[in-house]
Design a protein around this ligand. Structure first.
Ligand code: NAD
Ligand code: 6OH
Length: 497
């Protein structure tokens, strides 16, 4: 049993450059606070332009050192060692993640950290087995035979810019394929959640990953580490997860140097629930999809369309689920609701609560801030909230709130539900609940989203493709689908006799 309060947490978070922790060149530090009680959890060294320069230079030269000469088997062994060491340090990583985010300790220790470890073993195996291609002979006009050898080569130095909602998993999602494909990386964690990516530096050193292959620069976006990294001429590609607006700014900056981008952006995910579904399962999974991680998973559902005969019953059942959630110390196994990431983010969510009221919503439950006791009264707590009665044109239906909220509307016709789901500028994920599988397949085929679950939510095989339609992003990552972003394909054509 890992003690959630035990272990020594790093309080002074430095940058990790060329295999060593180093303070900011300007000695500037910023505060990181625990959203459960607003206590100061770390002082973080903000990387200056000079620090970013050193990190990118280290990553660039590491490409051609021992890392670049390694066999695929050697590289895979190192990455498997990283996976093992993450599991050995799972307690430290989970505690750090909980302090940074307010996430529940149990699911973080048992779910998110092991899943981050798994990314390294999955990509070690994928790249070890996929880098040899069969020869493809082709006929040349005028005689002769040529043999084409397509070979994947590393793209170079990858900038990985990460969000705060699932800090460890979403950073490993980028780091593991980047390294497995032979690249080097400079990671910029969110300013809200710098610790786990920084701790990973210790693990990389212990695993024997050569210096410079993995680097971390901490700081903010504009006029800070994020912007310095994105605009650095020696960055070869940028993988970004975060808000659509930020993705657009990064893409615009990357265009100047024709840098490749992979963008995992915002969403306004919807669920369609037909009257013939397994009602209890649909309610339980939908409650998870709305309230898990306080609604701060990019795959969370914020719009629900319920077939009219079960509308009232469904609203009532989801209300009961929402009201049964218990906010509290994230380290307490009895806590079932975590806080938002920060009080600033809570201000944003509360503005949507206000907007919903102004737009005439019926507040089924929630709509405010819960009363918390003692030190937790300082935290970023919010009530799980359900609305009905809004017009589809309301900004609350159109914009991503990123909190434990949803709007529920009835529908009569299948085509009407599909049209409402698709009437969005986003297209990341959707759920369909029905006992009629041919219908569920037909509906799924019409939904404009990158990930569609039928009678499920959030079951995600790491090797499956992940990404969004429309303003939810560009590109697909996950398993083999990551290879196209993290490699360049070079074709060598040899003309024989
Ligand atoms: P954000 O866009 O505010 O920040 C993400 C990262 O970008 C941070 O590290 C930030 O410092 C950095 N950044 C900000 N401006 C920058 C700039 N101009 N140049 C370079 N870097 C810059 O996002 P967030 O608030 O951390 O995360 C929440 C958002 O992320 C939500 O919109 C959510 O939907 C989205 N998200 C999407 C996915 C997905 O896979 N589609 C997954 C998780 C989160
Ligand atoms: C967006 O926030 C992505 C979530 C995906 C996962 O957590 C996963 O483990 O597949």
């Amino acid at each position: 049993m890992v003690n959630p309060a035990g272990g020594t947490l790093p309080r002074d978070i430095q940058n990790f450059i060329n295999g060593a922790y180093c303070p900011s060149a300007t000695h500037k530090r910023f505060e990181s606070r625990n959203p459960a009680d607003n206590a100061l959890s770390a002082l973080v060294h903000e990387a200056s332009r000079e620090d970013v320069e050193r990190a990118v230079t280290a990553a660039k030269s590491a490409l051609h050192g021992p890392w670049g000469q390694m066999s695929l088997n050697e590289r895979a062994s190192l990455l498997n060692r990283v996976a093992d060491l993450i599991m050995e340090r799972a307690g430290d990583l989970a505690r750090a993640e909980v302090n940074d985010t307010g996430k529940l300790f149990g699911p973080t220790l048992k779910g998110e950290i092991p899943r981050g470890a798994q990314q390294f073993s999955v990509f070690a195996e994928i790249t070890r087995t996929h880098f040899s291609f069969p020869d493809i002979p082709s006929d040349i006009p005028g005689g002769g035979r040529a043999v084409n050898h397509p070979a994947r080569t590393p793209k170079g130095v990858i900038a990985a810019i990460c969000p705060w909602n699932l800090p460890f998993i979403l950073s490993t999602w980028k780091i593991a394929p980047a390294l497995a494909c032979g690249n080097t990386v400079v990671v910029k964690p969110s300013e809200e959640t710098p610790v786990t990516a920084t701790l990973l530096g210790e693990i990389m050193n212990e695993a024997g990953i050569p210096p410079g292959v993995y680097n971390v620069v901490n700081g903010f976006g504009p006029n800070s580490a994020g912007e310095f990294l994105v605009s650095h001429p020696d960055i070869d590609a940028i993988t970004f997860t975060g808000e659509t607006r930020t993705g657009a700014a990064i893409m615009a900056r990357a265009a100047a140097d024709i840098k490749d981008v992979s963008l995992e952006l915002g969403g306004k995910n919807a669920g369609i629930i037909f009257a013939d579904c397994d009602f209890d399962k649909a309610v339980a999974a939908t409650a998870m999809s709305v309230f898990h991680n306080c609604g701060q998973v990019c795959l969370c559902t914020e719009r629900l369309y319920i077939e009219r005969p079960i509308f009232d019953k469904f609203v009532h059942a989801l209300k009961e689920k929402a009201e049964s959630l218990t906010p509290g110390d994230p380290r307490d196994p009895l806590t079932t609701l975590s806080p938002l990431i920060s009080r600033d983010h809570r201000e944003k969510v509360l503005k949507y609560f206000e907007l919903a009221r102004t737009d005439g919503a019926t507040i089924v439950t929630g709509g405010g801030v819960p009363e918390m006791e003692g030190r937790l009264a300082e935290g970023a707590w919010i009530q799980p909230t359900i609305w009905t009665g809004l017009l589809e044109s309301s900004r609350v239906i159109k914009e991503e709130v990123f909190g434990p909220v949803c709007h529920i509307a009835p529908f009569d016709e299948e085509s009407e539900a599909v049209a409402m789901v698709n009437n969005s500028s986003y297209g990341l994920a959707a759920t369909v609940w029905s006992g009629d599988i041919p219908r569920a397949r037909r509906v799924a085929a019409q939904i404009e989203a990158g990930i569609i679950w039928v009678n499920a939510w959030m079951i995600r095989e790491l090797k499956s493709p992940f990404g969004g339609f429309k303003k939810s992003g560009i590109g697909r990552e996950g398993g083999e689908f990551s290879l196209d972003f993290y490699t360049e394909i070079k074709n060598v054509c040899i003309l024989g006799e």
